[in-house]
Design a protein around this ligand. Structure first.
Ligand code: ADP
Ligand code: ZN
Ligand code: ZN
Length: 723
């Protein structure tokens, strides 16, 4: 039999099936092959009787990790996103399966060796007190995993003992369930009529459901109820959560309800743990895959439902190779499997809600919060006024008062600082004026290194200002306030306050994120100061006050989605206050209190906001009424980037002349001109959805044709940022 094999090497040149001789094995099988003198693994994507080549090399069968259903999805993804075979295949399999070795996860377990003369041991360890300590530790207990010992005593001491032969080693397969400690309490709830209606509708049907429910309206209970019903029918489920919201809470809830039927697919696990969880899913031991976007590729059979919580979240989009949108992929997969797709959010994506209003998605609404208290009251504070009254601190008088009161009652506070990308806008502190591009009407971004202002939509550059053109004020705010600064001012105001900070600096370690949240949850601090990371999904019953310090920074981020993202953020952050029996309060500080985002945000009026925003998008011809396509060219030398960009631009012009449907087409330097030593240019276009499917294959072809010799070139749709 001739097998068509994709080898596990990712380059454009060999991204096609190669013929090998082998047994008749199922499609999706993993085989060991030699390729160009290299020993590697490959995946069978086709079979045939004869090959046009003679003397084929042999492929040796290993196992079948990819199903026919997954192969179909792979092909659909390749077409939609212009991806290489192998890059998609790798999404479906744990890294362990990319080696020919036995992928079983083994940990080394050490015990103290028996029967060695005690005097000899003493002599050997005389000058090695640390090793002595390790040995005593092993003798005191039943032994210990190598990794645990190394972490505790250091590799030197442990390896010293191993070399002296004073320990016995065994390799054990330990399929321990990751993050076991997170199992939560099982709660027994009776669904409300709204919840029940939503759960019934989803369980009965196929297609896409948009579950729109304010924070705390009990969406998670609906998800779990639907999953339970699916399991009863003998089917399986995938639950996607934004990476950052993969908190102890959701996993704990699922573990409490479904026990070992839940498998976690998460990048925070090590390769062995990931393989174990993958295997439990594939073998049918686990039936629910929980995880961030990559969990959409879970090796489950007969999927009954795929749920995407916080469906508006940008983490569902992969922005590096392989680029894909997990929400779209979930849609394809649900369709292939006859599964229901559930998109849940308090603030659905503009497009999702549009499709729901058009009847293409089935809209399910949870109007009320479960807890006795309704959503916290939101107060908008005008920071321009504060400035006029002489308040130069980060906190408005109202917020400072409220914090004092909450601390006095022994309640907890969250202070949220907005941080989006690396960009920072420029604003006059005395009148609130914001520097904007004259052509695009999006706010300009200050580039510290060059001290210039740039438009991220069109690339135009402006001088940095020292004086406000509107009021002549000289206090121009640029750059961002950090969590550290906030903590300092807090301490100055309330000397005894206990503050925890959470941002990229404090969470560089894998587990520090959970650690900080746990510490805060257990009352280890009065105030949690943080960025985006604290916005999602956490449930802190003792938090009664949320302060939003720089509500504007997302608003003036130079992107057509600024308003939408700001609305999402404030809704989410506000949802952190008053989750249990205590009434919550939100104070939002802004320099543009009359902006419609805050007007609608204050009353949590998603529909009002959506109507206003969708209208703007329609008029300005932005998504979902068009698709933004960007071709990014990066090259070592500037001239080849320019040449390549020009060629692509001209070719797209030709497409435009032939097909029509372009509302914008331009080529310019990318806002971030150099990255990773490459000079970056881009062709930016907005096309109407009706021509999108027709033009994309041509645009993908152009990226291959005009890729700079030393550099890269790719096309992406609706990119999350245009830097
Ligand atoms: P959401 O996901 O919409 O933000 P959750 O599912 O987290 O909301 O629900 C908020 C709180 O209400 C949780 O503590 C949850 O246990 C509780 N809850 C949800 N549904 C019910 C119900 N039917 N009866 C009692 N409590 C419920
Ligand atoms: Zn511009
Ligand atoms: Zn001014």
């Amino acid at each position: 039999m001739v097998l068509e094999v994709i080898v596990d090497i990712s380059t454009a040149e060999i991204d096609r099936p190669f013929d090998y001789e082998g047994e008749d094995v199922p499609l999706g099988s993993r085989v060991a092959v030699d390729f160009a003198g290299r020993h590697t693994v490959g995946f069978v994507v086709g079979k045939k009787q004869t090959s046009e080549f003679s003397s084929l090399k042999k492929a040796r069968y290993l196992d079948t990790p990819v199903s026919a259903e997954q192969l179909k999805l792979m092909n659909e993804m390749r077409a939609a996103y212009n991806l290489r075979h192998i890059d998609v295949l790798r999404l479906f399999i744990p890294t362990k399966l990319r080696e020919e070795r036995d992928p079983e996860y083994k940990r080394i377990f050490l015990t103290a060796a028996q029967g060695i003369d005690e005097e000899a041991v003493a002599a050997m360890l005389k000058r090695a007190p640390k090793q002595r300590e390790v040995l005593d530790h092993l003798r005191a207990g039943k032994g210990e995993y190598l990794s645990v010992l190394t972490e505790r005593f250091g590799a030197g001491a442990v390896n010293g003992l191993r070399e002296k032969g004073l320990v016995n080693e065994s390799a054990v397969h330990d399929a321990r369930v990751p993050l076991e400690t997170l199992a939560g309490q099982k709660k027994h709830v009776t669904l409300t009529p709204d919840q029940q209606r939503a759960a019934d509708a989803i369980t009965e049907g196929k297609g896409v459901y948009l579950l729109h429910g304010v924070t705390g309206s009990g969406k998670t209970e609906v998800y779990m109820s639907v999953i339970e019903k699916m399991l009863e029918k003998g089917r399986t489920a995938i639950m996607l959560v934004p990476e950052i919201a993969l908190t102890p809470q959701i996993l704990g809830l699922f573990r409490a309800r479904f026990g070992d039927a839940v498998a976690l697919m998460h990048s925070g696990l090590n390769a062995g743990e990931r393989y174990d969880e993958w295997k439990r899913l594939r073998d049918g031991e686990a039936k629910i895959a929980v995880g961030p976007r990559s969990a959409v590729f879970a090796p489950l059979k007969d999927i009954g439902v795929i749920i995407i919580d916080e469906e508006h979240d940008s983490s569902y989009i992969s922005e590096s190779n392989p680029r894909y949108d997990a929400k779209q992929v979930a849609k394809m997969r649900a369709e292939n499997c006859g599964a229901a797709l559930v998109l849940g959010s308090a603030t659905p994506d503009m497009e999702s809600y549009l499709l729901a209003t058009e009847g293409k998605y089935k809209l399910l609404t949870l109007k009320n919060r479960i807890a006795a208290h309704q959503l916290p009251e939101m107060e908008i504070v005008d920071m321009v006024q504060e400035f006029r009254y002489g308040n130069r601190s980060l906190f408005s008088a109202a917020l400072a008062d409220a914090m004092g009161a909450a601390l006095g009652r022994g309640e907890q506070i969250i202070l949220f600082l907005n941080r989006r990308g690396f960009a920072s806008f420029v604003m006059c502190r005395s009148c609130g004026w914001v520097a904007k591009c004259e052509d695009c009407d999006v706010s300009l971004t200050w580039h510290k290194s060059e001290n210039v202002l740039k438009c991220h939509c069109c690339g135009r550059r402006y001088h940095m200002l020292s004086k406000c053109p509107q009021c002549g004020g000289t206090e121009i705010k640029q750059g961002k306030t950090g969590t550290e600064k906030v903590a300092e001012e807090l301490k100055a105001l309330f000397p005894d306050v206990r503050v925890l900070r959470m941002d990229n600096d404090t969470t560089s370690r894998k587990d520090s994120y959970f650690r900080i949240l746990n510490e805060f949850a257990s009352g280890g601090a009065d105030v949690l100061v943080g960025t985006q990371m604290i916005a999602k999904g956490h449930d802190f019953p003792n938090v009664t006050l949320v302060g939003i310090l720089e509500a504007d920074s997302a608003l003036y981020f130079s992107d057509y989605r600024s308003s939408e993202r700001t609305f999402q953020l404030i809704t989410q952050v506000a949802g952190r206050a008053g989750r249990a029996d205590k009434k919550g309060r939100v104070i939002l500080q802004t320099y543009s209190p009359r902006h419609y985002v805050f007007r609608f945000g204050r009353t949590y009026d998603y529909e009002g906001f959506w109507r206003k925003e969708i209208n703007t998008r329609m008029v300005t011809k932005f998504p979902p009424f068009t698709k933004v396509v960007r071709v990014l060219v990066a090259a070592e030398d500037e001239q080849s980037a320019v040449d390549s960009t020009r060629n692509i631009y001209r070719a797209v012009k030709d497409i435009e002349a032939r097909v029509g449907g372009f509302v914008y087409l331009g080529a310019a330097k990318s806002p971030v001109t150099r990255m990773h030593g490459l000079t970056r240019y881009q062709v930016l276009m907005r096309v109407t959805p009706s021509v999108y499917a027709a033009v994309m294959p041509e645009i993908y072809a152009l990226t291959a044709k005009f890729k700079p010799q030393k550099g890269s070139c790719f096309a992406e749709t609706d990119p999350q940022s245009l830097i």
